[in-house]
Design a protein around this ligand. Structure first.
Ligand SMILES: Nc1ncnc2c1ncn2[C@@H]1O[C@H](COP(=O)(O)OP(=O)(O)OP(=O)(O)O)[C@@H](O)[C@H]1O
Ligand SMILES: Nc1ncnc2c1ncn2[C@@H]1O[C@H](COP(=O)(O)OP(=O)(O)OP(=O)(O)O)[C@@H](O)[C@H]1O
Ligand SMILES: [Mg+2]
Ligand SMILES: [Mg+2]
Lengths: 252, 252
């Protein structure tokens, strides 16, 4: 089992869109895949149609139920999701006073390890305890970065956090790479930001995710892009990215 | 002095863009205006060119310096900013254990009340203690909502939080309204979301902020839109929104 945390404290950069669509592309290739929704907004949960589940990550994190009971199958073969809810905010506060508080998610995942080949953890726009749990549980971190100026600014803080987690919490964590998202080739801003990513951060993925209206429509239909618009540029890009990710994981 | 919190826990919906550009439009109209950057990402700080300031909100919140010493003038007459920094995360954790922890910002603002007619507080993508401080200090809250499906989902949680603050923390807080942002008239999604906002939330502002590349370029030049592209649709929209906001504040 490989575990990948999708993280970036900057808001709205495409974390959920990346976690959900990478997972769907991975399942389409026949890999048993799990999405962990580690964000109280529960966007990954609704993007995969699991918003009516009764047990959630809140229950697993506070030990009310084993993680495997909180996992639901989605409509797409080989793709499961551990749904979230707004009370994850309360769970995070509760965990803050516990010993080993960064390792709670990591130990929960041991319970389901034999059943999945890939686990993708969708983090919220924060570097708080839930994101730390995701990074401590992960073999690798990937950071979507919107091709906008303000998103570039936050990158240093994110890379610094990953370094700190590697030093103090989980030395086995790798930065798998950053992903340029919402790239609009017609604008100089997108071109500049994507070029800066490639030149400053050697692990930048080759695949660039284009800005595409189909990608932003898909969650309102609660379907991943490979189902909502299978031949679209967005679907192609996430299939390509899934291939690149799996190659980088295999090389770890 | 009127204090307005710009809040929404959904990431990337245009909180910083709205706080910065509303403030600049208000100063352009001759109102002495202050932006408080209450987000550790410090995007409002850099969008106004104040990233090299020495004292920050961290210092004021922990009582190391009075708020008035942490405020810097910007290049635009009548517009000041209280800059933020990444260590605001640490300040938030430190405040969590104090009595009256939600009211720290509110009491700090009393110190500068005579000098400003309008204060805009830029909140980060969270409903944590800093955002609570902003709501407890505010006469009104405004919520930018991106014209996308996932942004609509988070609205219930935000309105619920505002109600709870009104009941338990600050009964004088008003929801001034939600603002449709990044509206792209060519897409059905934008039209649907904007229409849903107007029909479900009576306080939705009439002004709609269009998606405009000039708006996303302006922060990389560290200038508000009314200076970077004064005749653009983005500048016009924020001037119009500033007028609408001031009318709503006057009617409180
Ligand atoms: N490549 C893309 N093209 C067009 N729209 C996109 C793309 N990727 C994401 N979006 C849309 O942009 C918005 C932000 O994306 P998303 O919610 O995935 O970001 P996030 O980083 O998970 O946000 P948060 O910080 O709130 O968790 C959503 O409405 C989404 O549908
Ligand atoms: N109307 C608009 N048209 C085009 N781009 C916009 C518009 N408003 C904001 N942007 C861009 O979209 C991105 C997100 O906006 P912004 O950073 O203001 O959102 P935010 O809600 O403050 O994000 P966070 O949740 O991280 O604090 C930025 O890169 C910004 O420049
Ligand atoms: Mg998300
Ligand atoms: Mg912001």
């Amino acid at each position: 089992m490989s575990v990948v945390a999708v993280a970036n404290q900057k808001g709205g950069v495409g974390k959920t869109t990346t976690a959900v669509n990478l997972a769907a592309a991975s399942a389409e290739m026949g890999r048993r895949t799990l999405v962990i929704d580690a964000d109280a907004q529960a966007n990954a949960t609704s993007a995969l149609g699991a918003q009516h589940a009764s047990l959630r990550m809140f229950d697993a994190l506070l030990g009310e139920a084993p993680l495997r009971d909180c996992i639901v199958a989605t409509s797409w073969p080989g793709l499961d999701v551990a749904p979230s809810s707004m009370d994850l905010v309360a769970a995070e506060m509760e965990l803050a006073s516990r010993p080993e508080r960064e390792y709670v998610l990591r130990s929960l995942l041991l319970d389901v390890a034999p059943q999945y080949e890939l686990v993708l953890i969708d983090c919220g726009p924060s570097l708080g305890l839930m994101t730390l749990n995701a990074l401590a549980a992960a073999d690798g971190a990937i950071a979507p970065v919107q091709c906008e100026y303000l998103a570039l600014e936050g990158l240093t803080a994110l890379l610094e956090t990953i370094r700190r987690v590697q030093t103090h919490v989980h030395p086995g964590l790798h930065l798998l790479g950053v992903i340029a998202t919402m790239y609009d080739g017609r604008t100089r801003l997108s071109q500049d930001v994507a070029a800066q990513l490639k030149s400053h951060i050697s692990s930048t993925f080759d695949t660039i995710i284009p800005r595409s209206i189909r990608l932003s429509e898909a969650p309102s239909h609660q379907r991943p892009i490979i189902d909502y618009a299978p031949a679209s540029r967005g679907a192609e890009a996430y299939r390509e990215l899934a291939g690149e990710l799996l190659r980088r994981l295999a090389a770890l």
